[in-house]
Design a protein around this ligand. Structure first.
Ligand SMILES: *[C@@H]1O[C@H](CO)[C@@H](O)[C@H](O)[C@H]1NC(C)=O
Length: 317
C-alpha cells in the first residue's frame, strides 16, 4: 500500500512540476511578445491580441517564433478604399460621400482652417495621440504658420503605433468641433469623421498605389479632408531607424524626433525636428526662397501669401 501511494504522490508532484514549467514558458513567451512594442511597428501591437490563439494551435511548439515582429498576414485582395469626388485636380480634394459642390477659393481657407484646428486639438486634447505636420502643410507652417492659400488639402503624419491605435479604437468615430463664425460671430459646430483605410496596417508595401493614404479626417459638411499617413520601420533588420509611408517618403527617425512644439493656424501643433532638411529634400531649397508661387506672391510686410491676379488665377485652382 505504502510504496504505491508514494509513487502516486510522486506522479502528481511530477505533473505539478510539468504544469509549472509549461506555465512559466508560456508566460515568458508572452512577456517577450509584449516587450517587442516599438513606436514604428504595428505588427508587435497586433500580436499582443493573438498569443492565445497561436498557443492553442501549436501548444509548446518546438519553434516558438523568436521574432515578435511577425510578417504581416496577407490581407484581402486590394481595392481602392477612399473615394474622391472626381478625377480632376480640384475634385480629388473632396471625399465623394460628403461632397456638396466645390468650395470657391475665397471660402476654402476658412474650411481648411477649421479642419486642421479640429484635427490638431482632437488628437492632442481628446485622443492623446501624437501627430505632426507634413508635406505642403509643413511648408505653409514654415512660411507663416498657415495653410498655403493654393493648397486644397492638409497633410499630417503619425507613427505606425499611432496608426494601429486609430485603426483599432477610433475608426469611424465622429468628432464635433465648435468654432466662432468669423463673419456672424455665431457659435457653430462642424463634425469630422476619422476614417481608417483597412489596408493601412495590412500591407507593408505600396501595393498597387491605390491606398497610400492610411487614414482621413473628413469634414462631413464639405468633404474636405486631412490626409494622414503612418511612418513605419519597414525593414528593421537591414534599415533600422529608417521609416517611410506607403508613398515612398523616407525619413531617418532622427530627422523627425524629438518633435518640436509649435503653433499652426493658431492652435498647438508639432513639426519634425529636422523640418528644414525635410522641406529641402521634398521641395528643393527654392521652396523656402521663391516668393512667387502658384499665382500668389509673398508679402513680407503682411507675412502672407496674397493672390496676384484674381481674374487670371480664378478657376485654375
Ligand atoms: C473602418 O471602418 C470602415 C467602415 O465601417 C470599414 O469599411 C473599414 O474597413 C474600417 N477600417 C479598419 C482599419 O478597420
Amino acid at each position: 500500500m505504502q510504496p504505491s501511494r508514494t509513487l502516486l504522490l510522486n506522479q502528481r508532484f511530477l505533473l505539478f512540476l510539468t504544469t509549472l514549467l509549461v506555465l512559466s514558458v508560456l508566460l515568458s513567451t508572452a512577456a517577450v511578445a509584449r516587450s517587442g512594442g516599438h513606436p514604428f511597428s504595428f505588427y508587435a501591437h497586433q500580436q499582443q491580441q493573438q498569443p492565445q490563439q497561436q498557443q492553442q494551435q501549436t501548444p509548446l511548439s518546438t519553434n516558438p517564433n523568436p521574432n515578435p515582429q511577425l510578417p504581416p498576414q496577407p490581407g484581402p485582395p486590394e481595392y481602392k478604399y477612399f473615394h474622391e469626388a472626381g478625377p480632376t485636380y480640384e475634385l480629388t480634394h473632396y471625399d465623394a460621400r460628403y461632397f456638396r459642390g466645390p468650395i470657391p477659393y475665397d471660402a476654402h481657407r476658412a474650411v481648411l482652417t477649421d479642419l486642421i484646428r479640429a484635427y490638431l486639438t482632437t488628437f492632442s486634447r481628446d485622443l492623446h495621440l501624437e501627430t505632426w505636420l507634413a508635406h505642403g502643410t509643413l511648408l505653409g507652417w514654415w512660411w507663416n504658420g498657415q495653410t498655403l492659400p493654393w493648397d486644397y488639402d492638409i497633410d499630417a503624419q503619425v507613427s505606425g503605433a499611432t496608426l494601429s491605435v486609430l485603426a483599432d479604437r477610433h475608426n469611424g468615430s465622429l468628432h464635433e468641433y465648435r468654432f466662432e463664425n468669423p463673419t456672424t460671430g455665431a457659435r457653430e459646430t462642424r463634425v469630422y469623421l476619422l476614417d481608417v483605410n483597412p489596408f493601412a496596417t495590412a500591407a507593408v508595401g505600396r501595393g498597387e498605389g491605390q491606398n497610400v493614404i492610411d487614414a482621413r479626417w473628413v469634414d462631413v459638411g464639405t468633404g474636405m479632408f486631412v490626409d494622414i499617413t503612418g511612418l513605419v520601420e519597414r525593414d528593421p533588420e537591414r534599415r533600422p531607424g529608417v521609416v517611410s509611408c506607403k508613398n515612398h517618403h523616407v525619413y531617418k527617425s532622427g530627422q523627425l524626433f524629438p518633435l518640436r512644439e509649435t503653433e499652426f493656424e493658431g492652435v498647438a501643433a508639432m513639426v519634425p525636428w529636422g523640418f528644414d532638411g525635410i522641406l529641402v529634400e521634398e521641395y528643393g531649397a527654392k521652396s523656402m526662397v521663391v516668393t512667387e508661387w502658384e499665382g500668389h506672391r509673398w508679402d513680407p510686410n503682411a507675412g502672407e501669401w496674397v493672390k496676384i491676379n484674381e481674374a487670371k488665377t480664378e478657376g485654375v485652382l
